[in-house]
Design a protein around this ligand. Structure first.
Ligand code: AMP
Length: 292
């Protein structure tokens, strides 16, 4: 693999290689198996893959979160060196390379898509995500880019960004990789206090139980179950739980407003001590005939 810190050197390298399609996996580092599932898919599908490691300051609405975000560049590079091929690239730039002085930075509005869930609780977050993704796409010029369904709303918004700007990149969503107890892998998991980490499987267990409840219960009852289960686990506090459709992300409040031919996801944000975790799971309409 080749490691680059500057846009110029990365672009010189990528431009010197005739390979198609070119794959891209943007990350914020502290790599785990969730990231590697995306990277492996790109390696299978693309003869040239770029992985970026960049903790993007513009998407953090909470300064403390940015400061304590895990950074393990040496370990990341060593893990990447085990799987990347000779010409695959790692882009690990300083902030000034991504946002040089004078760079025109757009502001984005995704309409209804960023006015729910993460958009409410993390004001400005998706504007920052769109800025960095847009800039990284401009630098790397990938044919395919790989994103995790773990960040479900982000995936929908990135697809919308690409559609709005008419970018020639295919966005590929990849399934959530979980720990043995069901906790969705996340770079932030290493920040969890051990006693909370031990109990954090409750998030996925609650989502799974809630999705089963859809057979016999209506949504207010399911929401009540999720809130009471999470909030009665010491150290855990529910921030939101919504069941939304996969395209418009609009919360549904009654089961009879769910359409059989649409896919729905239950999305959750939970505070475990001082660490905020998100997860989601598909909620199948009890009468859905749609093949998944
Ligand atoms: P991050 O480094 O957290 O910005 O994540 C980089 C990419 O990896 C994003 O597209 C995430 O959705 C994806 N990702 C993070 N955790 C997981 C996971 N547990 N399973 C699948 N993809 C993930």
């Amino acid at each position: 693999m080749k490691v680059f810190n500057t846009v110029k050197d990365l672009q010189h390298h990528l431009g010197s290689i005739k390979a198609s399609p070119k794959g891209f996996v943007p990350t914020m580092g502290a790599l785990h198996k969730g990231h590697f599932s995306l990277i492996e898919k790109s390696l299978l599908e693309c003869p040239l893959t770029t992985v970026s490691i960049f903790v993007n300051p513009t998407q953090f609405n909470d300064k403390n979160d940015l400061e304590r975000y895990p950074r393990t560049p040496q370990k990341d590079l060593s893990l990447l060196s085990e799987i990347l091929r000779t010409d695959d690239a790692v882009f690990i730039p300083p902030v000034e390379e991504v946002y040089p002085a004078g760079l025109k930075i757009e502001n984005y509005d995704f309409g209804k898509l960023d006015k729910v869930m993460e958009g409410i609780y993390r004001p400005g977050h998706f504007n920052g995500v769109a800025q960095v993704v847009s800039r990284l796409f401009d630098i790397v010029k990938p044919d395919r880019a790989y994103f995790g369904q773990k960040d479900f709303q982000q995936l929908v918004i990135v697809r919308e960004l690409v559609r709005k700007k008419g970018l020639p990149v295919k966005i590929i969503g990849c399934p959530i990789v979980r720990e043995p107890d069901g906790l969705a892998m996340s770079s932030r998991n290493i920040l969890l206090e051990p006693s909370l980490r031990e109990k954090a499987g409750i998030i996925f267990k609650t989502l799974s139980d809630a999705s089963e409840m859809l057979k016999d219960s209506d949504i207010p009852e399911i929401k009540e179950f999720v809130a009471s289960t999470i909030n009665s686990t010491p150290g855990f506090k529910l921030e939101y739980f919504e069941i939304v459709d996969e395209n418009e992300l609009q919360p549904v409040s009654r089961k009879n407003s769910m359409l059989e031919d649409k896919k729905y996801f239950g999305c959750i944000a939970v505070w475990a001590g001082k660490i905020r975790l998100i997860d989601n799971i598909e909620f199948r309409h009890p009468y859905s005939k749609k093949v998944h």
